[in-house]
Design a protein around this ligand. Structure first.
Ligand code: AMP
Length: 195
């Protein structure tokens, strides 16, 4: 299963991807986590990315494609992956399509998680208090939501127009939302319909 999860910051993509990783037995690839690991390791890339992330902006498409290409080259993605946080721009959506075409591994599903604005603000505030992620401070979250509306919403439209998008309500318990996602995936749809 090659799945892309799309949603605004704080929509629960990471939480669901963690859960789906065991449900679907494919790795969760979070470009945000890959960047945070580079920041933690204080690599040149990490130092550059930190400034951009703390400003709530997007790291450049070129850098992101390099990171993704390297990650998709690892052996553990042979049976698929759950991509969380990529693509975030139309250029990234194009790059992903070309990369997967070259690898002969087209996407099976793109799932959008919809969560109302107020719930996102509340969730990220809670995460800020619990985990101290610097880009979860309320001002940066506002910026990240603007960036989502400007740069990532067109990606959602791109998949919708191609008839490749499934949208689920992202409000509910972990299990409820996970069940909704599983119900729209091609290979699990039938199982879930009779579960
Ligand atoms: P996330 O954990 O997915 O919310 O990502 C945290 C931050 O990492 C984002 O606000 C961006 O600054 C950066 N980032 C993660 N994925 C991407 C991407 N695909 N393109 C550009 N920047 C990204």
């Amino acid at each position: 299963m090659r799945l892309v999860l799309i949603g605004a910051p704080g929509s629960g993509k990471g939480t669901q991807a963690n859960r789906l990783e065991s449900e679907l037995a494919v790795p969760h690839i979070s470009t945000g986590d890959l960047l945070r690991a580079a920041v933690k390791a204080d690599t040149p890339l990490g130092q550059k990315a930190k400034k951009v992330m703390d400003a709530g902006q997007l790291v450049s498409d070129d850098i992101m494609l390099d990171i993704l290409e390297e990650r998709l080259g690892a052996g553990d993605v042979a049976n698929g992956f759950i991509l969380d946080g990529y693509p975030r721009t139309l250029a990234q959506a194009d790059a992903l399509k070309s990369l997967l075409q070259r690898l002969q591994q087209p996407l099976d599903a793109v799932v959008e998680m919809q969560v109302p604005h107020e719930a996102i603000v509340a969730r990220t505030r809670k995460r800020f208090e619990a985990e101290g992620r610097s880009d979860d401070n309320p001002d940066t979250v506002r910026k990240r939501l603007d960036v989502f509306a400007e740069q990532t919403a067109p990606v959602v439209d791109f998949y919708r127009q191609r008839g490749e998008l499934e949208t689920v309500d992202g409000v509910g318990t972990l299990s409820e939302v996970c069940g909704r996602i599983l119900a729209v995936l091609p290979s699990t749809r039938n199982n879930k319909a009779t579960a």
